[in-house]
Design a protein around this ligand. Structure first.
Ligand code: 5GP
Ligand code: MN
Length: 337
């Protein structure tokens, strides 16, 4: 896969000289949000640009080993917002990575909207808003990191890609396709993976760092959820877990600690949809996963102010645990399973 020469050329035109650049990603940045942003940042820095990376919320400790995470500017405190706004105001170029609507990044979206810099979207989610001046938006890519690789290749600058950049991009690629087990693990994903491994990435190192670094309490939390909280409805086709603030507190969880839990119910034969609800101070965050043609992107958009991909989407609910559960149980009657 590749992007059109016109699109890449337009980007190349924007990247001439030394530019003030800001990269923005989505809240609770996951492996792809961080990997694609930090890989792209390092690449642009190698080309001589001044680059800042802004996330709406802090990154999880689980991912702090990804090179460059410590340079993240977080749009949360008054001071953080002030510093980020100054960077946004001064930016010639603003890259929006791994999200495709301002509403996804909440308050930061307003600041990006106001900023006058040239905006470029690099994203693989469905139904993008058309806020950017230049849009690299393609749902056939499994990860934004995979798109970043193809953009660098389109610019004929893979020689600038060092092992650290390759590592960042590989994290994004591998985490968004479940280490090549989901239906988005395309020939291009494997081609990009091969190129990144050629640059020195060790797949076993990344797999260990992502999959086998749980704190004991995190694994016990998974056990608790699967033993006590997992519910199966719709004749065993829909599985869900609903966790309250108190339960999350009891296990002393850090942000990112529930990552991956939503996939476990698929180990049960016949499960087509899995949902994980976690109560946060201001909202209930929801994760959806599905198999095959069951479309949780539309489902998340319709009922939970969210979106994502057909088989992996997320959203939120502001009506409390009990009402959210009722709403979900009613809404799944509309799902074509
Ligand atoms: P996760 O369940 O891992 O948080 O997210 C699954 C997919 O859905 C990711 O691609 C993520 O970017 C997207 N997603 C998660 N939460 C939201 C949300 O609140 N709004 C939208 N539009 N997408 C989301
Ligand atoms: Mn992604």
């Amino acid at each position: 896969m590749a992007f059109s020469q016109t699109l890449v050329q337009e980007l190349a035109n924007q990247l001439t000289g030394t530019k003030q650049v800001v990269i923005v990603t989505h809240p609770q940045p996951d492996g792809d949000a961080l990997g694609s942003s930090l890989g792209w940042k390092k690449f642009l820095e190698k080309k001589g640009h001044q680059v800042s990376f802004i996330s709406p919320t802090d990154y999880t400790k689980n991912l702090s080993w990804i090179p460059g995470t410590d340079t993240t500017m977080v749009y949360d405190t008054d001071m953080g917002k002030k510093l980020c706004n100054a960077k946004l105001d001064a930016a010639d170029l603003i890259f929006c990575l791994d999200f495709n609507s301002f509403s996804r990044i909440e308050e930061l979206g307003e600041a990006v909207k106001k900023a006058t810099g040239y905006k470029v979207m690099i994203d693989h989610h469905q139904q993008p808003d058309s806020f950017a001046d230049l849009m690299f938006s393609d749902t056939s890519y499994c990860a934004t990191a995979e798109m970043v690789y193809d953009i660098v290749a389109g610019l004929s600058e893979t020689d600038l890609m060092d092992e650290e950049i390759a590592l960042c991009l590989y994290v994004g690629l591998a985490t968004d396709n479940g280490f090549f087990q989901f239906n988005n693990a395309t020939p291009n994903a494997f081609r990009v993976a091969a190129a990144l491994v050629q640059k020195g990435v060790k797949p076993d190192f990344v797999s260990e760092k992502i999959n086998n670094v749980f704190r004991e309490t995190r694994l016990r939390f998974f056990g608790y959820c699967l033993h006590e909280k997992l519910k199966l409805v719709k004749g065993g086709k829909v599985a869900y877990m609903m966790l309250t603030k108190e339960e999350i507190k009891k296990f002393n969880l850090q942000s990112g600690d529930s990552e991956g839990l939503v996939n476990y119910p698929f180990k049960i034969d016949g499960v087509m949809v899995s949902a994980y609800f976690s109560e946060e101070p201001d909202k209930i965050k929801v994760s959806f996963r599905s198999r095959g043609s069951v479309d949780v992107n539309t489902f998340a958009r319709t009922y939970f102010e969210g979106g994502g991909h057909r088989n992996a989407a997320g959203g939120k609910s502001l009506i409390g645990v009990e009402k959210t559960e009722k709403k979900f149980l009613k809404a799944i009657n509309d799902l074509k399973i």
